[in-house]
Unconditional design. Structure first.
Length: 278
């Protein structure tokens, strides 16, 4: 516990901390004695998460309700943490609530994903990494997705943003890991989160919000994998299915990979139709 806090403390910023893997990551950081700044859009939910973490762990907490698609999102976070020594940055925001064809939504939906998943993450990494390098310690964890491995239907912009997250984080590792800063890209497959349950319930794939989506990895398992590998960057495929998929993709050409994703999506969801958003 002391070693973790010495390396990654005294404060960590968790972006996307209102529920799911973000909230669990924040809890685990706090259990290890590091104070946490919780960032997400819904203030009341953040405050509930922060209160629970404070009661269970005794660490200090701070909440920032920020719309990550807003032009000033990164500056709001930076300005409101200017008085803190931040030793860890975790960026796990960026899910796609729609999972629809690219032409089923206005281009602004893709632009919002681009800002939230890529631009704000890059701005925060640039700001907080410099002091970490100066201290010779720290950690940056960026969550990405198996959607980054090849293009596929219903995730045209989302998959592209996650590919950016993956390559950006790997590149950052090449520059920072020898300077004492751990950098890790977590590549998640299907994960049991409130957002996934909402999506599958809305689409009729599960019968209630209490049902675990078929094939989903427990969120707690994602956190266990992450904490076991914080210093083992640049990239971690999370869960046995994601690791198996990565091995399969190694043997495929880019064209073959895209066709495989397209076929798997059709088998799971039925044919896509860009005209009606189905």
């Amino acid at each position: 516990m002391g070693e973790f806090a010495d390396k990654y403390g005294p404060w960590a910023i968790i972006v996307g901390a209102s529920d799911g893997v973000g909230a669990l990551f924040a809890e685990r950081v706090a259990v290890n004695g590091v104070n946490v700044v919780l960032v997400a859009r819904r203030r009341h939910v953040l405050e509930e998460v922060a209160a629970g973490i404070g009661e269970r762990t005794g660490v200090a907490t701070r909440t920032l309700a920020v719309d990550l698609t807003a032009p000033d999102a990164a500056n709001v976070i930076i300005d409101n943490t200017a008085d803190l020594e931040v030793g860890m940055l975790v960026y796990c925001a960026g899910g796609d609530p729609n999972y629809q064809p690219f032409l089923a939504n206005p281009v602004s939906a893709g632009e919002a994903l681009l800002r939230r998943n890529c631009l704000v993450m890059m701005q925060l990494c640039h700001h907080y990494a410099a002091p970490m390098v100066g201290r010779g310690r720290g950690g940056i964890v960026n969550f990405t997705s198996g959607a980054a491995l090849a293009g596929g239907p219903n995730m045209v912009a989302y998959g592209a943003t996650k590919a950016f997250d993956l390559v950006f984080t790997e590149g950052l590792w090449t520059e920072l890991h020898a300077k004492g800063v751990d950098v890790l890209a977590l590549v998640l497959g299907k994960t049991d989160t409130p957002s996934l349950r909402q999506l599958e319930y809305r689409r009729g794939q599960i019968s209630s919000m209490d049902e675990v989506p078929k094939g989903a990895v427990p969120a707690a398992g994602v956190i266990d994998d992450a904490f076991d590998n914080l210093a083992n960057g640049p990239t971690l495929m999370v869960g046995p299915e994601m690791r198996m998929a990565a091995e399969v993709f190694k043997s495929l050409s880019r064209n073959e990979a895209v066709n495989l994703v397209m076929q798997a999506s059709a088998a799971m969801m039925g044919p896509t139709n860009a005209s009606d958003g189905s």
